[in-house]
Design a binder for this molecule. Structure first.
Ligand SMILES: NC(=O)c1ccc[n+]([C@@H]2O[C@H](COP(=O)([O-])OP(=O)(O)OC[C@H]3O[C@@H](n4cnc5c(N)ncnc54)[C@H](OP(=O)(O)O)[C@@H]3O)[C@@H](O)[C@H]2O)c1
Length: 324
């Protein structure tokens, strides 16, 4: 089967198409023919070892010190079940599925995943290609807003980077949880963010958000552009400042605010559970969450797709078509 492999960290030219053996499912696994995957910010960060300050060493320990130990990127997928292990109960051959693979490996024509992992059937009329881009932003923003932000109905929530992958799901999920949502983006993306249901949209090229007089219960900075000292001024007394991007200094602030401040800074690696992807599936089925795909590329255009994601200007997801 074909896969996009990378054998060293670096620029986009380290990504190459190769023939590798097709995997075989174990007893509890599904063999999935991948229809689509995506280029996420996680793929770009690992490929280029471009991680927040203080996390390079730990990233190398996890992903390979001198060269990557996992040679295939890609953390989300959609596809069709081609084979099942003998103890698989919930899935059958030909099921259309989508999911998330924390251990990477989705830039390939076939993948195997345990049936208990973050995989579920496509039950909506959203195309398999668009479903591929739903889990990275959807699950991360669900964990951030619900688990870390403790979001409640009626709260005022500001989402910075509202047009990015985390942002488009952040806006829609915050609306689902009953919040009054203010999305922040540049001029080009104002209409998109409004269309996702944001009650207010601020164009950061025209208004300096750190000077807003308004106060929020939650500020969710998906792009790591607001300093806690500025965010704090815009938070209500027991408000939470959620940092999707945090370097080692930010984690010190998180600890300090946890110990001594009423206004908390919160950051974490978002780890989702099976129930979370089932909720996401339900929200997509009911139309409460609409996937946003910016561009589609073929597998042979993977370097181009990585270059586009690196611009940090993408809207929602960038999908890679793997099998027709
Ligand atoms: N903690 C975790 O578990 C976790 C999980 C996933 C991702 N992340 C991190 O979250 C970050 C965001 O990921 P993503 O996939 O959402 O990124 P993304 O899709 O690449 O974000 C692109 C968006 O960012 C917006 N943007 C760029 N500069 C901005 C600024 N100064 N102010 C407001 N918006 C701005 C752009 O909108 P405009 O063009 O309108 O500016 C664009 O739409 C990444 O750094 C990733 O590593 C963390």
């Amino acid at each position: 089967m074909k896969a996009i492999v990378f054998k060293q960290y670096g620029q986009t030219d380290v990504l190459h198409m190769e023939e590798i053996p097709k995997p075989k499912p174990k007893k509890n696994e599904l063999l999935i023919k991948v229809i689509a995957t995506t280029v996420t910010t996680a793929d770009v960060r690992i490929r280029g070892l471009d991680v927040p300050f203080g996390f390079r060493l730990i990233t190398k320990l996890i992903f390979g010190f001198f060269k990557p130990s996992k040679n295939i990127l890609g953390v989300e997928f959609s596809g069709i079940v081609e084979e099942i292990g003998e103890s698989v109960k919930e899935f059958a051959i030909s099921d259309e599925v989508f999911g998330s693979k924390d251990s990477f490996g989705c830039y390939a024509e076939y993948i195997v995943v345990p049936e208990t992992s973050l995989v579920t059937k496509r039950t909506s009329n959203v195309s398999l290609e668009d479903m591929a881009g739903t889990t990275f932003g959807g699950l991360t923003s669900l964990i951030y807003l619900r688990n870390l932000g403790k979001i409640k109905t009626g709260q005022k929530v500001l989402i910075n980077g509202a047009s990015g992958c985390l942002g488009v799901y952040g806006v829609q999920l915050a609306k689902y949880f009953g919040a009054e949502v203010t999305g922040v983006c540049s001029t080009n993306n104002v209409e998109l963010v409004k269309s996702l249901g944001a009650d207010h949209v601020i164009d950061y090229t025209k208004i300096n958000i750190t000077e807003l007089a308004e106060e929020f219960d939650i500020i969710y900075d998906t792009v790591g552009k607001i300093l806690f000292k500025d965010g704090k001024k815009m938070l209500k007394e027991n408000g939470r400042f959620l940092l999707a991007v945090a370097d080692i200094k930010d984690y010190m602030i998180v600890l300090w605010s946890f110990l001594f401040q009423k206004k908390k800074a919160v950051a974490s690696v978002a780890l989702a559970k099976k129930d979370d992807i089932l909720l996401l599936q339900e929200l997509i089925n009911s139309g409460k969450i609409k996937p946003v795909t910016d561009r589609y590329y073929n597998m042979s255009q993977i370097s181009e797709a990585h270059e586009y994601v690196e611009t940090a200007r993408k809207k929602g997801s960038v999908v890679i078509r793997v099998n027709e």
